[in-house]
Ligand binder design. Structure first.
Ligand code: PRX
Length: 631
């Protein structure tokens, strides 16, 4: 196993080493894995093209490091514990040997169904162990997985399948989320009406509800698994071969397929997992994120398995059957490390203390948060009520594009400050830039958060469109990776993320492009134009406020709003539905036709008293109208 930092002094030393000589630092971390062939060169990089290569010449398969490597020491240790949506249903668990065998079996299923190295496979599944098995089986045969969160609707699913030209989809008949059953296979059928690349659909039976199976295209997981055995030779991959694509929202309407590669991602996911959470042998680790997001990739599947940990997967939601569900699961499995999102904490806090009281929560040692800034009140509530005042909270800042945690305390080691992600991990070199691209030196400064040196988990490209990757992340500030976040470095050198500085918003921890929501709204026959902005929301972090212009007046405005919500629901999914829709006669535009979103954000946030400089507006009266009817 790789190294783990044990004290703050050691962190400072390691940090210095990682900056003074990154190649020997990361080379040393990479030593502990199974490589079919060792790398020739630790790092080659160029932030202009961009072109970053870690461990080039190295050959490996990440699943041999997640599974085979552990069989001698931990074959009968639990690798994955699964808790179903409904507490009345029995859970399941797989030991390292069982998980290894199921992954090998499903890897054979994939090969039997024509999949091979380099193929893109879309995974659209509920949170069941087979989701993790499917992910690992793809990696085992060298197919590139593209997991799409099963809350996305068919429009979002089909555009992601199409963009990656997936040849296969792995799905389930349906899934459970609280009291709801979601007909996943029907959504896939709908999405595939527009995707010609898909030749095969493998369907896992979860709910047993009837589904349509397309002759020659669709096949059942259990039928295929019955024909496959558990011996499988892992495909040998280059360190820089693609491991997965994961779509994330951007400023334009089209989602970006963030690409991660095998070697660097492996080293980074494992290193950050062990160090940030201070994982101890035997710990039960629970990350509540769905595998459809990067947090689920790195800290539900890959990170914990690389470290030989026991990872818990939960199918349900925090508030069903009641708001004590998370705490009940923690007691049931004696969870030691718990990692969730601020939005979940805020919503559970709002339910009142009675849902926490019945539970002991005494197995907990470390708490974590991710996905959005955590406000001090939620931090304190989490610390007192869940951590009983004794568990450190690691506020982990990172992104889909970073592959793993970048700025975060090391649990129990880094002195904490609520609301601060604290300090960069070893190997991470942040820089704060002002609007002119000048790097702000010293402490007590605020600017745009960038990175000036690569780390092994950095995005390599956006699938099928390298120029987009360059333009989105490496062009704004030459020679830097730009995160899209604002950030403050305080007098102690501690980092506090202040939020996005572009046109994406964080809604309940989900990153949503406002342009994507606008595109969906504009599909409604009566909407000619729309503008979407975020506004502060006590539980969700950001709420969604949509201003829409109609083709012609509608007397039944309430019905129109309902239809508009349904349109977004059908195209993107329920989590992208606006909280507020305001019908307007015009949008505040400059003479060159650009919408002044700054003004809309102020109005949406209920702070329209001082709109700043509005002299470039084409028609200032439009703003007065919007203000008068703002909700
Ligand atoms: O704005 C930052 C916010 O989430 C963005 C990345 O979103 P995504 O790619 O969906 O990945 C989320 C999970 C890693 C960042 O640009 N963010 C993430 N973590 C934090 C955060 N904002 C503040 N504090 C955090 N701990």
């Amino acid at each position: 196993m790789g190294t783990r930092i044990n004290s703050f002094e050691e962190y400072l030393q390691e940090y210095k080493r990682s900056v003074d000589d990154p190649e020997s630092f990361w080379g040393r971390q990479a030593e502990s894995y199974t490589w079919t062939k060792k790398w020739d060169r630790v790092l080659g990089w160029d932030f202009v093209k961009p072109d970053v290569k870690w461990f080039s010449g190295g050959k490996l398969n990440i699943t041999e490091n997640c599974l085979d490597r552990h069989l001698s020491a931990r074959a009968s240790q639990q690798a994955l514990i699964w808790e179903p949506n409904n507490p009345a249903e029995k859970g399941r668990s797989l030991t390292y040997r069982e998980l290894y065998e199921e992954v090998c079996r499903f890897a054979n299923v994939l090969r039997n169904n024509g999949a091979k190295k380099g193929d893109r496979i879309c995974i659209y599944m509920p949170m069941v162990p087979e989701l993790a098995i499917a992910v690992l089986a793809c990696a085992r045969i060298g197919a590139i997985h593209s997991v799409v969160f099963a809350g996305f609707a068919s429009g979002s699913l089909s555009s992601r399948i199409d963009d990656a030209q997936c040849s296969m989809v792995i799905t389930a008949d349906g899934g459970y989320r609280g009291a709801k059953e979601i007909a996943l296979k029907a959504i896939v059928d709908d999405a595939l009406a527009k995707c010609v690349s898909v030749k095969r659909v493998i369907v896992y039976k979860r709910t047993g509800s009837p589904v349509q199976m397309a002759e020659g295209r669709d096949t059942w997981w259990h039928d295929e698994a019955a024909k496959a055995d558990t011996r499988n030779t892992a495909e040998v991959m280059d360190a820089e071969d693609m491991l997965f694509i994961l779509y994330t929202s951007g400023s334009t309407g089209k989602p970006k397929g963030v690409v991660h590669t095998c070697g660097g991602y492996m080293v980074y996911a494992d290193y950050t997992f062990r160090n940030v959470f201070q994982y101890n042998e035997g710990d039960v680790f629970w990350c509540t994120a769905d595998v459809g997001w990067v947090t689920g990739h790195s800290y539900l599947v890959y990170g914990p398995l690389l470290a030989g940990a026991t990872t818990l997967m939960f199918e349900g939601i925090p508030t069903w059957p009641d708001a004590g569900r998370f705490w009940q699961v923690i007691d049931k499995y004696k969870v030691n490390i718990f990692y969730t999102a601020p939005t979940a904490i805020r919503s559970l806090e709002a339910m009142g203390p009675d849902f926490v009281k019945p539970y002991r929560l005494d197995s907990l040692r470390v708490l974590g948060t991710v996905g959005e800034p955590i406000n001090e009140e939620a931090w304190q509530w989490y610390h007192e009520n869940i951590g009983k005042g004794k568990c450190p909270i690691v506020d982990t800042w990172w992104q889909t594009e970073t592959g793993g945690i970048m700025i975060s305390p090391l649990a129990g080691i880094t002195p904490l400050k609520p609301g601060f992600a604290t300090l960069p991990l070893p190997g991470v070199q942040p820089a704060l830039l002002d609007e002119n691209g000048k790097e702000l030196e010293g402490n007590g400064v605020e600017g745009r958060l960038c990175m000036k040196f690569p780390w092994p988990g950095i995005i390599r490209t956006t699938y099928g469109d390298h120029e987009r990757c360059r333009a989105a992340y490496f062009d704004t500030y030459k020679g830097y990776y730009f995160t899209g976040d604002g950030c403050r470095r305080d007098e102690d050198g501690y980092y506090r993320i202040t939020g996005r500085v572009d046109d994406v918003i964080k809604v309940s921890g989900h990153l949503l492009g406002t342009a994507e929501i606008e595109n969906a709204l504009n599909q409604h026959a009566d909407i000619v134009e729309s503008a979407v902005v975020g506004f502060p929301h006590p539980i969700k972090g950001s709420g969604i406020y949509a201003f829409v212009i109609l083709e012609h007046e509608r007397k039944d405005e309430e019905a129109l709003k309902k239809e508009a919500l349904e349109t977004v629901n059908k195209i993107m999914g329920p989590f992208a539905r606006p909280d507020k829709i305001q019908v307007v006669r015009g949008l505040p535009k400059t003479r060159s036709g650009k919408i002044m979103r700054r003004i809309l954000r102020k109005i949406a946030g209920g702070d329209a008293s001082n709109l700043g400089d509005t002299s470039t507006l084409l028609d200032p009266a439009v703003v007065e109208d919007i203000k008068a009817e703002a909700q």
